[in-house]
Design a protein around this ligand. Structure first.
Ligand SMILES: Cc1cc2nc3c(=O)[nH]c(=O)nc-3n(C[C@H](O)[C@H](O)[C@H](O)COP(=O)(O)OP(=O)(O)OC[C@H]3O[C@@H](n4cnc5c(N)ncnc54)[C@H](O)[C@@H]3O)c2cc1C
Length: 385
């Protein structure tokens, strides 16, 4: 179905990113997948080319345009180029972390951090999840106790995307106790910086997919963090996270449908080439019907996701609608890629075929950013249930 979502400048931006990806990311991608991490320098390279911090004001070295369609266009090209693992780090930096800095930094913090975020000198991460608290965000235990002009931070985080490469980690901490009637009280966001004594990286975790993405454990042992690194007001952390999670979820929805589309396009080519019983795989009625169903599902989902992006741009996106987009598009991603792999036969199981990597990479999208079950909880709450 024809899509009227992008303006010429978004399409030009998408083309420019695709050229960048084909030149700088694709040739090295399998090496990074084997290494379990991509080099920090790709962030600087992306920053130099204008692919980081599009929403950062120009005075701080950013693109000065707060229009999520640029993020969307970039994320779609990541999927089409097949560099999902590396791409996750970039989209997390642009789509998930940056909004916290733009909304909650003081002027002094903006001067200190935004230029490096836009240039890629400062790589960002967000650390909410702990070994004992994932879906139940209010259950975090990492503590930050005030001591003069500092907080003393103790605790640990796990599954942190960009965890090894990150320089600035938006860290959810407890600066106060939860109260009996409000488990969400007493949470704050602190920026922990690379090199702070007591801030250690644990293992770069070995995963089912997304191998080139560094997902790490972080530990904090009496880390002295100056109060100048508090993001926003003390005690408002839960509300800050709730405010920013819808954009993270739209980013994952954008990626979900883009990954499904990329697998679909690869499969469409494959089945017209591969033969069995003297005919192309595409000539079997089952193949035609499966691909017809997938084409329909992708178009329907794309229309919903594009609408969500427009609402996000207009600052009218309801958290429940972001949750609908996230669970639907990521479940679609899993379903479509599974069917595409099936149409590849045994070759689809071989890692040299992108569909096999897409299959492994897709599994986690129904889990991170809030699981499908948690998304349904957000939606049912909006129904008054
Ligand atoms: C590769 C990867 C990257 C990640 N990156 C980050 C990151 O950058 N930053 C970060 O902070 N976190 C990150 N995460 C963590 C991720 O957000 C959590 O794994 C996720 O929120 C689920 O938490 P959990 O793993 O503790 O599962 P649990 O909360 O233990 O859930 C286990 C199961 O129980 C279900 N469940 C839990 N509560 C309910 C309920 N109330 N109703 C119904 N079902 C429920 C869940 O849906 C799930 O199926 C990442 C995870 C992975 C795997």
């Amino acid at each position: 179905m024809q899509r009227n979502h992008f303006e010429p400048e978004h399409l030009a931006f998408a083309d420019a990113f695709r050229s960048f990806a084909d030149k700088e990311l694709v040739p090295h991608y399998l090496d990074w997948e084997r290494a379990g991490i991509a080099p920090r320098e790709i962030f600087q390279e992306a920053g130099r080319n204008g692919f980081l911090g599009m929403a950062v004001p120009e005075e701080y070295g950013g693109g000065g345009v707060d229009d999520f369609r640029f993020n969307q266009a970039l994320n779609e090209q990541i999927a089409l180029a097949g560099v999902t693992g590396v791409g996750l780090g970039i989209s997390l930096h642009n789509d998930t972390c940056l909004p916290y800095f733009l909304s909650f930094c003081t002027d002094e913090q903006r001067r200190r951090w935004l230029p490096g975020i836009a240039s890629g000198e400062l790589i960002t991460a967000v650390a909410m999840t702990e070994p004992g608290a994932g879906s139940d965000l209010a259950g975090i235990r990492t503590s930050a106790k005030r001591d003069g002009d500092s907080y003393i931070v103790n605790g640990s985080k796990t599954f942190i995307t960009n965890g090894v490469n990150a320089d600035l980690v938006i860290t959810a901490v407890r600066t106060g106790d939860a109260s009996a009637d409000d488990r969400r009280a007493g949470m704050s966001l602190l920026i922990l910086e690379r090199g702070m004594p007591g801030f250690e990286r644990g293992r770069n975790l070995d995963k089912l997919g997304l191998h080139s993405q560094d997902t790490a454990e972080l530990s904090f042992s009496d880390v002295r963090v100056p109060v100048e690194n508090l993001l926003g007001e003390e005690g408002t952390g839960f509300g800050q996270l709730t405010q920013k999670l819808p954009q993270e979820r739209m980013s994952l929805a954008v990626n979900g449908v883009a990954e499904a589309r990329a697998a679909f396009e690869e499969t469409l080519r494959y089945v017209q080439d591969r033969k069995a019983f003297g005919k192309t795989i595409s000539s079997f009625q089952n193949t035609k019907f499966v691909l017809a169903e997938i084409a329909t599902e992708i178009d329907v989902t794309q229309a919903f996701v594009d609408k969500g992006v427009d609402l996000l741009n207009a600052k009218q996106l309801d958290p429940a609608d972001a949750a609908k987009a996230k669970w639907w598009a990521t479940e679609l991603q899993g379903r479509v890629i599974d069917r595409c792999l099936q149409l590849h036969g045994g070759y689809g199981y071989m890692t040299e075929y992108p569909v096999s990597r897409r299959y492994a990479d897709a599994r986690v999208t129904r889990i991170y950013g809030g699981t499908t079950e948690i998304m349904k909880g957000v939606i049912s709450k909006s129904l008054g249930l």
